[in-house]
Each structure stands twice: as structure tokens, then as C-alpha cells.
Ligand binder design. Structure first.
Ligand code: IPM
Ligand code: MN
Length: 352
């Protein structure tokens, strides 16, 4: 029995989560596993009513689940940063989800803005460190508001934090078994301390994985290669902020936020799966948003729950729907409503 916490969140989050759950239900029926869901209403509306983002008591409850399925966080009436930090980042940090796993895969039939590249060329995974770096919130102001104001934002990188991320990436690359190539994405030519630790850790870990070829690219150059030669990449490992930035670029080359999913992974604890796009408040309630990213998040969750056959079936169903049904992934241009896309994928999963 898989015990899943569901946090639909804000905007179109609840709509896409419903479609993800529809596909989960079809997969459970077809592949014979059982699950239970518990809903949590954390998000903008609850914050506006109660002032609460993600209370510590909820964290304890979440820890009792096997996985968390998150919709989207972000509300037009809440100051930017409050919900992102109070819910999303708090969950990542407090649940020690130290890996943010973001596949960049172009499904068949999906349009990429990169000329002459297809599904064979765009199929890699970014392993983003998810609990350290610039995201820790360390720093401060001196003389705030004065003409000689100073603002410091520190990037904290620990040997333990970097090493567990790098090791995860090597293991993942080996398990993936595609090209057995792991690229570190960094900025060693400028960031003498943090990136020095990353590079040393990467190089010192590599001998434990003789089957994995290693490579290195600066973060600015990797933005260029994603566009010019995406086929060069298999698995990429990088720090929190670089991973944040390059995965938005990755999402665009795989067809947009409508298909990009990610997993916030604690390999020893509870992991959280999410479509990586925002809450798209202006489309709320219109049944027009494409739910494939949320469905792809369910696919990742199934794999992490050990339901690999069901996960593979969901992936194949997404590919079938993008190749044969949808006209586009863009909002309002798919040719189907949110619920119809969920139905199409669920039906395909049911057929096996
Ligand atoms: C993401 C998002 C978050 C991040 C924001 C909402 C805090 O952009 O999941 O990539 O920066 O990690
Ligand atoms: Mn981001």
C-alpha cells in the first residue's frame, strides 16, 4: 500500500493534480497495486485565511507518507516569495530532499524550438542539488536603505551536501544506462571556493564509477550547448541555482512547461513530485491547461515507489498521446481540454 500525500496548491494546480490522480488510478487498476491519498490544502488561499504556509505539524505528517504529489504554488494576492519559501523550499529543506531530478525529454510529436532536433537528440536528466548553495537564505544587509547599503547573499556548499548529490548523480547515470556519461555543470573559472569543492568532489568520486565517463562544462557554455548540441548530454549534475536556471531552458527545448516534471528526492526519506511550471492563475478553472507535466510527475513518483512497470506504461501513454492526439502543448491549442487529456492518457494506461 502506497501512502501518498497530495498538495494540489494554487491556481491550476488542483486541475492538473486531478488528471494526475486519474492516471494513477488507471495505473493501479491495470498493474495491481494499492494506494491511499491524503489531501493537504497548503497554498495561497489557506495562507490568506490563516497566515499559515507549511506548519511544522504538517511536516511531521508528511514524513509519514511514502511520497508527496504537489500541484503548483503561487497566488496573485500573496507577495512573491512567501509561498515559494514558506511551502516549496520549506518542504525541500525540512524533508531533506537533497536531489532535484529533472528529466529533459522531447516526447514524439512535441514541437521543440530547436531546428532539426528530435526525440533522439533531446533526452537527458539534470540532477540539481536541492538543499544548499544560494538557496539557504544566508546573508544579510548592512545599512539597509542608505546610499552605502551592503547586501550579502551567501552560497553555502558543504562537503557532505555536495558529495551526496554527486554520488547520487553517478549512481543514477549508471542505473539509467543510456550513454553512461555524467557532465558536471559549474563555473570553476570564477567561483574559486564553491566550485572548487564541487570539482574536487566530482573528480574524487569518479574513480568509484569506472563505467561512467565524466565531462565538465561551464554553466554559461551549457546554455549554449543545450541549444546547439543537446544530444551531447546524458546526465548532468550541478548546484542549486545553476540547476534552477538550466532546467527552465531544458523545459523549453522539451516542449515547454506543459510537459516538464521534476522530483524532489530524499533517497532515504519522503520525496515530492511536481510539474515544474507555475500555478498559471489566469487559466484557473477554465479546463484549458495541459496536465501532461503533472502526469509525468506521477510517472516519476511511480518509479520511485517501485512501480516501474506502471511508470513505464504511463510514460508510453504520454508518448502515444503526444504523438497521435495532441496538436500542440500550448494552452488552448492542444485540441483537447484538461480533463480530456487526462482521459486519453488514463485510457491508454488501462489498455496496457
Ligand atoms: C523551481 C522554482 C523554485 C526554485 C522557486 C519557485 C522557489 O523555480 O522549482 O525551479 O527556484 O527552485
Ligand atoms: Mn525554477
Amino acid at each position: 500500500m502506497h501512502n501518498i500525500a497530495v498538495m494540489p496548491g494554487d491556481g491550476t494546480g488542483p486541475e492538473v493534480v486531478l488528471e494526475g490522480l486519474k492516471v494513477l488510478k488507471a495505473a493501479a487498476a491495470r498493474y495491481g497495486f494499492e494506494y491511499e491519498t491524503t489531501d493537504y490544502d497548503f497554498g495561497g488561499d489557506r495562507y490568506l485565511k490563516t497566515g499559515e504556509t507549511l506548519p511544522d505539524s504538517a511536516l511531521d505528517e508528511l514524513k509519514g507518507h511514502d511520497a508527496i504529489f504537489l500541484g503548483a504554488i503561487g497566488h496573485p494576492d500573496v507577495k512573491p516569495g512567501v509561498l515559494e519559501q514558506g511551502i516549496l523550499l520549506k518542504a525541500r529543506f525540512e524533508l531533506d530532499q537533497y536531489i532535484n531530478l529533472r528529466p529533459v525529454k522531447l516526447f514524439p510529436g512535441v514541437e521543440t524550438p530547436i531546428k532539426d532536433k528530435g526525440p533522439d537528440d533531446i533526452d537527458f536528466v539534470v540532477v540539481r542539488e536541492n538543499t544548499e548553495g544560494l538557496y539557504v537564505g544566508a546573508g544579510g544587509f548592512l545599512k539597509k536603505g542608505k546610499p552605502d547599503e551592503v547586501a550579502i547573499q551567501e552560497s553555502i556548499n558543504t562537503r557532505k551536501g555536495v558529495e551526496r548529490c554527486v554520488r547520487y548523480a553517478f549512481d543514477y547515470c549508471q542505473r539509467r544506462g543510456k550513454d553512461n556519461k555524467l557532465t558536471m555543470c559549474g563555473k570553476t573559472n570564477v567561483l574559486n571556493y564553491s566550485q572548487d569543492l564541487w570539482m574536487r568532489t566530482f573528480n574524487e568520486t569518479a574513480p568509484d564509477y569506472p563505467g561512467v565517463t565524466t565531462d565538465y562544462a561551464h554553466v554559461d557554455a551549457i546554455c549554449m550547448w543545450f541549444i546547439k548540441n543537446p544530444e551531447w548530454f546524458d546526465v548532468i549534475v550541478t548546484d542549486n541555482i545553476f540547476g534552477d536556471i538550466i532546467t527552465d531552458l531544458g523545459a523549453m527545448i522539451q516542449g515547454g512547461m506543459g510537459i516538464a516534471a521534476g522530483g524532489n528526492i530524499n533517497p532515504e526519506g519522503v520525496s515530492m513530485f511536481e510539474p515544474i511550471g507555475g500555478s498559471a492563475p489566469k487559466y484557473t478553472g477554465q479546463n484549458v491547461i495541459n496536465p501532461l507535466a503533472a502526469i509525468a510527475a506521477v510517472q516519476m513518483m511511480l518509479e520511485f515507489l517501485g512501480e516501474s512497470e506502471a511508470g513505464a506504461a504511463v510514460e508510453a501513454a504520454i508518448a502515444d498521446v503526444t504523438a497521435n492526439k495532441l496538436k500542440s502543448l500550448a494552452v488552448g491549442k492542444t485540441g483537447f481540454s484538461t480533463t480530456e487529456i487526462g482521459d486519453l492518457v488514463a485510457e491508454r494506461v488501462s489498455k496496457g
